[in-house]
Design a protein around this ligand. Sequence first.
Ligand code: ADP
Ligand code: MG
Length: 316
Amino acid sequence: MSEFSLIAKYFTRPAANADLGVGDDAALLRVQEGHQLAISVDMLVAGTHFYKDADPYTVGWKSMAVNISDMAAMGAAPKWATLAIALPKIDEDWLAEFARGLFACAERFNVSLIGGDTTHGPLNISVQIMGEVPTSQALVRASAQADDDIWVSGHLGSAALGLAHLQQKVSLPETALTHCLQRLHTPTPRVDLGLALRGIASSCIDVSDGLLADLGHILHNSKVGASIHLEQIACHDYLKNRLEQPLIQQCITAGGDDYELIFTAPRSKRDVINTLSGQLNLPLSLIGAVTAEQTLQVQYQARNLNIARKGYDHFE
Ligand code: ADP
Ligand code: MG
């Protein structure tokens, strides 16, 4: 199979929202009047971000999902993606499953694949995502204010606990394992939440590296600090019932890969946010407050927790 028949067979689908999609030297897009183009790229490397023998469907899903999550965190509507992929060999079974996962996620969030690059080399997947946000309404990291509430969506810690199981640091019972691996392999980007938070949140970020590391980026950019409470963070019952265990605390506060949103908002928005939680059928937990003092405190049972690692860093 040639490079071009591979692209035609696996990566060419109609792009309704582009003037020109896959097949030319460049794609052609139109950004709506009064909007800004939001762009982000995330690379997934075999052996670093997923195991070489990982299920190709979930590798495809996750490559798209982690990028869409960046749009959600900006309050942008995801619309277009490009895919740069290096393949060690042409394995059609692998490609078919990878494409199925990638397009399943893209279609669920109305994203069109409009181009890319295909080459030979160690397995490496780079997806670039593009979306739109009304001018000046993006949710950025630098505008959290002292006394704002700190919120987090969904359940934290499950993806990291699933990974801990795969690394044989813990042995999970079947129901918890199914849930945790589903969260690790096929995360759900919180696009509807990100869109709804425009005009409500004062800052926002998605949890890719870990709660404390990612909240730390908001605090650093906004020149503020925070105090949060471990008990107030929503998590799966398996974790909730073991909050006293250091591994569980580590998964919740420093585990990456949950792709939930952390956001800050003025106290006056509490009712709106609680209503939104019901509308979206998504837990939104009020976990603490922004402080003028530039420190980050995590409390558990009314005492300060000493967390060794704040999150994932590829070079640490
Ligand atoms: P060029 O020679 O101009 O760089 P390519 O031969 O790399 O073009 O790609 C041909 C077309 O296929 C282009 O429109 C490109 O965007 C698209 N394409 C290549 N690889 C992929 C991929 N993995 N996914 C989606 N589109 C792809
Ligand atoms: Mg090219």
